[in-house]
Design a protein around this ligand. Structure first.
Ligand code: ADP
Length: 650
C-alpha cells in the first residue's frame, strides 16, 4: 500500500485549462477503471504557487461508479500531494470512495489517523447549520470554515504539520454533497444558496481550498430545471460534464459529441415549443369545457362506473340536490337522491353497460329552495383516456310538463266542446237530406248537402281522434273485449274502406285463420287508419295490398302501399303524437299526425306490436301483430260468445 504522500503529481493544471487545450478528461487511467474521469491527477496543490486560489468545481455524473472514480482521482491527487482531504458525502458514496481509494493503493487508515483524511455524513453536517428551510450563514462559516482552516494549517487532531516548502498551508481538497442532497430533497433554491455560501467562504478564508461538488444528472433533467441548472454552472469556477462526455478520448470524438448534443438540444427545444403550444391549446379547450360545464343551465354529473361515485357535478345540479359541487365529489351515486334505492342505481348502471345510454324521469324536491322539479335524466357511458366514464345530463322539465299538461287539457276540452255542435250539425244535415229527398228538390241542392255531410264526417273523425288521444293520456279510453275472427274483421273493414274510395283497389292476400281477443271496433280502427294512410300517401299508385299471415302464437296484418315512402330517419318518431313527416319537395298532406299514435297505442294495449318497413320513394308497409287465441270447439265457442256479450253489456 502506498502512503498518501507518495506518487506526486505532474503539472499544476485545472480542468478549465485542460478543456481549453482540448484535454479535459483523462483517457484510461492507470488503474484500468471502466470510466475515464478527468485528470484530477494532474491537479496539484503541491507546487509552490504563490498565486494559488480556491477553486470550486462541479462534477455531473450519471452512475455512482463514475462519481467514485472521478472524486477518487481528485482525492488521490490531494493525498498524494500531502494535502488534507475532507469528504462530506452520503454513507453510500463515502463507502464507494473509500473502497476506490484503498484499491488505488492509498493507506487511508494512516491518512485518517494523521487527520489528513476526514469523512463526514452530508445530512448530519447540513443539519449543523440549517434549520427548516433556512441556511445559517454564520454557522456555516463557523463549522465548515473552521474545519477547512484547521485542516489547511495542519491543526486537525493528529495532523502533522506538513506545510509547504515555503511555509505555505496545504490546499485542502474538499468533496461535498450537501448541495445535491438539498436538490434531491426538492429544495433547489437552498442548494443554490449553499453554493453561494461556499463561494463566500472561499473568498473570505485566508486559506485557498479546492472544492468539488457533484450532482447526479437525473436531478437536473427537464425543462423546469434549466434556469437553476444554469445558475449552478455559474456558481462554479469549473464545470465537468458527466461520463457520457468525459469518456470520450479524442478531440474529434468530443466535437462530434458536442454536435450531436447541439442537434439534440435543438430538437428538444423544438419539441418543447410544440408541447407548450399543445399545452396552451389544451388549456384553452379545458377552460372552454370548464366554462360550459359550470355555466350550463342543465345539471351535469360525471360518474365513475366502477367506484359508483360522483367524479364531478356542476353548480346547477348541486343546487337541485341541496349540496355543493365540492361536497358531491366522491359521494356514492345512489346517495345523491337521484335514486330511490341502491338497487335502482344498479339497474341504471346495468342498462348503461349493455346499451351505453339510459333515460330516466325523476322528481326532485330541493331542500334548498323548496321547489319540486321534474327532471329528465339522460345518462351515457363512454370511454375516455382508457377509462369508462358516465356522463349524466339532467334537465328541469317542470315547465315543459306543465305546458304539455295544459295543451292536453285544452285538446280534451276543445274536442268535447266541438263534439256536441258537430253531432247536432250532422243530425240536422241528415234530416234535411231526407226532407229534401221527399220533396224532390233540384239535384244540385242534394249534391251540396252530400258535400256538407262528407265534410261533417271528416270533422267528426278528427274530433273523435282528438278525444281518443286525450282519453288515452288520461287512461280512460274504454275497451270492450271480445273474442273474434281476425280475417272476418279484415275483410269487413277493407270492404267499407273500398266502398268510400275510387282511386285505389285494395287487394287482400292470405289469411290468418286466427281468433283474437280484444276490442273489435278499436282494432278495426287501426286497420282503417293504415288503409286510409296507404291511399292518402300513394297518390300516384292504384293498388294497396293487405297481407294476412299467422304462426302458432301471432297473427299478422301487413298493409303495403306503393307511394311516397318514409325516409329511415323518421321511423323512430313516426308513432309519436302529432309527428308528421315534412319533406319540402312533397308539399303538404292534410292531417293532424295522431292516427299512427292512436293505432300504435291500441295495438300495444292488445299486447301486440306495430312497425313499419319503408324507404323514401319506395312505398311503405305497416305491420301489426296480435297474440292469437287457441281454437275452441263449436260448443265452447258459443258459450264464450255469450260470456263476451255479457262482458260488453257490463
Ligand atoms: P296524419 O293524419 O298526418 O296522416 P298519421 O299519424 O296517420 O297522421 O301519420 C303520421 C305521418 O306519417 C303522416 O303525416 C305521414 O307523413 C306519415 N305517414 C303515415 N302513413 C304513411 C304512408 N303509408 N306513407 C307515407 N307516409 C306515411
Amino acid at each position: 500500500m502506498r502512503p498518501a504522500m507518495v506518487g506526486l503529481v505532474c503539472a499544476d493544471r485545472w480542468p478549465v485549462d485542460a478543456a481549453r487545450n482540448g484535454d479535459i478528461s483523462g483517457g484510461e487511467s492507470d488503474s484500468g477503471r471502466m470510466t475515464n474521469a478527468p485528470h484530477w491527477g494532474t491537479i496539484s496543490s503541491s507546487a509552490p504557487e504563490p498565486s494559488r486560489q480556491s477553486q470550486h468545481v462541479v462534477q455531473f455524473y450519471e452512475a455512482d461508479e463514475f462519481l467514485a472514480d472521478s472524486v477518487g482521482d481528485f482525492l488521490s491527487a490531494g493525498l498524494d500531494a500531502g494535502a488534507p482531504c475532507i469528504v462530506i458525502a452520503t454513507p453510500a458514496h463515502r463507502a464507494d470512495l473509500e473502497r476506490r481509494l484503498v484499491a488505488d493503493g492509498l493507506d487511508l487508515a494512516t491518512a485518517q489517523a494523521h487527520g489528513d483524511y476526514r469523512a463526514l455524513d452530508a445530512a448530519e453536517t447540513l443539519a449543523t447549520f440549517m434549520s427548516g428551510d433556512t441556511l445559517d450563514a454564520a454557522r456555516f462559516a463557523e463549522v465548515i470554515g473552521g474545519m477547512i482552516g484547521r485542516a489547511a494549517q495542519g491543526h486537525e487532531q493528529g495532523q502533522q504539520s506538513r506545510r509547504g516548502q515555503q511555509g505555505q498551508a496545504r490546499q485542502p481538497h474538499v468533496f461535498g454533497e450537501m448541495v445535491a442532497l438539498l436538490w434531491e430533497d426538492g429544495r433547489p433554491s437552498s442548494a443554490i444558496e449553499l453554493e453561494a455560501l461556499w463561494n463566500e467562504l472561499s473568498a473570505s478564508l485566508p486559506y485557498p481550498f479546492l472544492l468539488c461538488c457533484a450532482y447526479p444528472m437525473r436531478l437536473l433533467a427537464g425543462e423546469a430545471n434549466a434556469e437553476q441548472f444554469a445558475t449552478i454552472c455559474r456558481s462554479h469556477s469549473h464545470v465537468i460534464p458527466d461520463e457520457s462526455y468525459s469518456a470520450l478520448t479524442t478531440t474529434d470524438a468530443r466535437t462530434r459529441a458536442v454536435t450531436r448534443l447541439q442537434q439534440k438540444a435543438a430538437s428538444l427545444e423544438a419539441e418543447i415549443a410544440e408541447r407548450k403550444q399543445a399545452e396552451e391549446r389544451l388549456r384553452i379547450s379545458e377552460n372552454r369545457y370548464r366554462r360550459l360545464f359550470e355555466a350550463s343551465t342543465d345539471g351535469l354529473l360525471m360518474v365513475d362506473p366502477d367506484a359508483q361515485t360522483v367524479i364531478e357535478a356542476n353548480a346547477v345540479l348541486a343546487t337541485w340536490l341541496g349540496s355543493t359541487p365540492a361536497r358531491l365529489q366522491g359521494v356514492e351515486l345512489w346517495q345523491t337522491s337521484l335514486f330511490p334505492s341502491r338497487a335502482a342505481m344498479l339497474e341504471l348502471l346495468r342498462e348503461l353497460e349493455e346499451q351505453r345510454i339510459a333515460r330516466r324521469d325523476v322528481v326532485l324536491a330541493s331542500a334548498e329552495d323548496g321547489q319540486v322539479r321534474s327532471i329528465e335524466f339522460v345518462s351515457t357511458r363512454f370511454r375516455a383516456n382508457g377509462h369508462d366514464i358516465i356522463q349524466c345530463n339532467l334537465r328541469d322539465v317542470t315547465e315543459r310538463n306543465q305546458l304539455e299538461a295544459r295543451k292536453n287539457a285544452f285538446i280534451s276540452m276543445a274536442s268535447h266542446e266541438l263534439k256536441t255542435p258537430v253531432t247536432s250539425l250532422k243530425g240536422f244535415t241528415q234530416l234535411l237530406q231526407r226532407r229534401l229527398q221527399r220533396q224532390q228538390v233540384d239535384p244540385q241542392t242534394m249534391l251540396f248537402l252530400d258535400r256538407m255531410d262528407a265534410q261533417l264526417n271528416k270533422l267528426t273523425g278528427l274530433i273523435s281522434d282528438l278525444l281518443d288521444v286525450s282519453k288515452m293520456q288520461e287512461g280512460t279510453l274504454p275497451y270492450r273485449e271480445t273474442r273474434f275472427d281476425l280475417d272476418e274483421l279484415a275483410r269487413e273493414t277493407i270492404e267499407n274502406v273500398q266502398a268510400a274510395i275510387t282511386t285505389h283497389q285494395v287487394r287482400i292476400e292470405g289469411a290468418t285463420g286466427a281468433q283474437v281477443s280484444g276490442d273489435r271496433d278499436r282494432l278495426g280502427q287501426v286497420l282503417i287508419n293504415l288503409l286510409t294512410n296507404a291511399v292518402k300517401y300513394s297518390p300516384g299508385a292504384d293498388t294497396v295490398v293487405v297481407r294476412l299471415s299467422a304462426d302458432q302464437q301471432w297473427a299478422e296484418v301487413a298493409v303495403q302501399d306503393f307511394g311516397i315512402g318514409i325516409a329511415e330517419r323518421h321511423h323512430q318518431r313516426i308513432f309519436e303524437q302529432f309527428y308528421q313527416v315534412v319533406e319540402p319537395q312533397e308539399g303538404g298532406y292534410p292531417g293532424l299526425g295522431i292516427g299512427l299514435y292512436i293505432a300504435h297505442t291500441l295495438v300495444e294495449r292488445h299486447g301486440g306490436r306495430l312497425w313499419l318497413e319503408s324507404r323514401k320513394g319506395a312505398g311503405s308497409t305497416f305491420h301489426f301483430s296480435l297474440p292469437t287465441l287457441p281454437h275452441l270447439s263449436p260448443a265452447v265457442e258459443e258459450s264464450s260468445v255469450i260470456a263476451e256479450h255479457a262482458e260488453v253489456a257490463q
